[in-house]
Design a protein around this ligand. Structure first.
Ligand SMILES: [Mg+2]
Length: 376
């Protein structure tokens, strides 16, 4: 199919974006989910679709439905009419437009969804996969199984872990820090159950979601180390960079954080503080693909690895273009939603997730399947 892509003069706008639409979908979880500091029974996905010429670009974030209103009010007016072949230019226009609203939180999640949609559109206009647009060979990324919610009983936890090892995953992660770090005995019992379920050959990760104090996290770190835990995510709140560093210096496992990074300077501060062994970047929060690629360069400069937080299907194209990528999170909740709502969401093979080879990120909204979940 031919498109309007081709040589342009410096005075035209290339292929103008003709529409920006945002919608919200609320998808109930398959069973109650919880971690050390939050519980939930549904996840809201805010979808953005952008059009130019005869192509459609799609992006999304996991955020309250109000985020769709931010897209409509603040971002759509500055993205409409802009050159769809220049997503980085659109990102700068969005950042200028949100000056008074403030960047972190919902605003950055709205920007992320639009940025992802614009890059998807750009690659589709060029009729190439996103990874190819960024000069990367699309040879897949390793994923780690993630879920293991504190709300699960032992049978559910065991079945989920076995499902991941059956998929060929060689790393799994469970939630600990139950009830704000006050249930340490159950945390350790569940971690031990996970170790006995997956065996000694599978890497065992834990995520405390900031539930522990630094002292308790250091003490827990020693006991988790005895169970062979090699990844201790957010042992303390990621707002406490000295606390993260204190735990990092005391425990054998790698200490990791970054999921609440809503802009590039956040990652610079975390890296410069020596707070983590591996930065976690979430493409649906940090500012989309444009920001992910900047964080990738930053991590490289600090000799830090990068891991993709949640949203595995959207992370994939940027992840394959990340030189110091460690892995991408195969998060139960987002895997399930992805496979419910989008064509192109395949399982990993031998622990490696690969793209479809189609243009853009290769994912297409299943409009009929999504309709019953729409809330805005
Ligand atoms: Mg986490």
């Amino acid at each position: 199919m031919s498109t309007a892509v081709g040589p342009r003069s410096s005075t035209d706008v290339g292929v103008p974006v003709t529409s920006v639409e945002a919608r919200a979908y609320r998808v109930p979880t398959d069973r109650p989910e919880g971690d050390g500091t939050l519980t939930w029974d549904a996840t809201t996905l805010v979808l953005v679709q952008v059009r130019a010429a005869d192509r459609l670009g799609t992006g999304w974030t996991y955020a309250p439905a109000a985020t769709a209103g931010l897209v409509d009010e603040l971002l759509a007016p500055v993205v409409s009419g802009i050159d769809a072949l220049a997503p980085a230019t659109a990102q700068r226009a969005m950042l200028r437009a949100v000056r008074n609203a403030g960047r972190p939180g919902l605003v950055s999640m709205a920007i992320s969804a639009v940025d992802v949609a614009l890059w998807d559109l750009c690659a589709r206009l060029h009729d190439v996969p996103l990874a190819q647009l960024w000069g990367a060979a699309d040879d897949g990324v390793e994923v780690y199984g993630s879920g293991g919610f504190t709300t699960y009983d032992d049978e559910t936890l065991r079945a989920q872990l076995e499902g991941w090892t059956d998929l060929g995953l060689s790393r799994v992660k469970i939630k600990i820090g139950e009830s704000w770090g006050t249930e340490v005995s159950r945390d350790l019992t569940r971690t031990d159950l996970a170790r006995r379920t997956v065996g000694d050959e599978v890497d065992l990760f834990v995520d405390a979601n900031g539930a522990y104090s630094p002292g308790r996290a250091c003490r827990m770190g020693a006991r988790l180390g005895a169970l062979g835990v090699t990844w201790f995510e957010e042992p303390v709140t990621s707002d406490d960079l000295p606390g993260l560093r204190r735990v990092r210096e005391a425990v054998a496992a790698d200490v990791t954080a970054g999921e609440y990074g809503y802009d590039v300077p956040y990652f610079e501060q975390m890296a410069a503080a020596g707070a983590v062994d591996c930065l976690q970047v979430d493409v649906t929060r940090c500012g989309g693909y444009t920001a992910w690629l900047a964080v990738s360069a930053l991590a490289d400069a600090h000799h830090l690895d990068l891991s993709g937080h949640c949203a595995p299907y959207l992370s994939l194209p940027a992840a394959v273009a990340t030189p110091r990528l460690r892995h991408v999170e195969w998060f139960h909740d987002h895997v399930r939603i992805g496979q419910l709502l989008f064509e192109g969401c395949a399982d990993p093979v031998g622990g490696v997730l690969r793209g479809s080879g189609g243009p853009g990120h290769g994912l297409t909204l299943r409009t009929d399947a999504a309709a019953r979940f729409r809330v805005g």
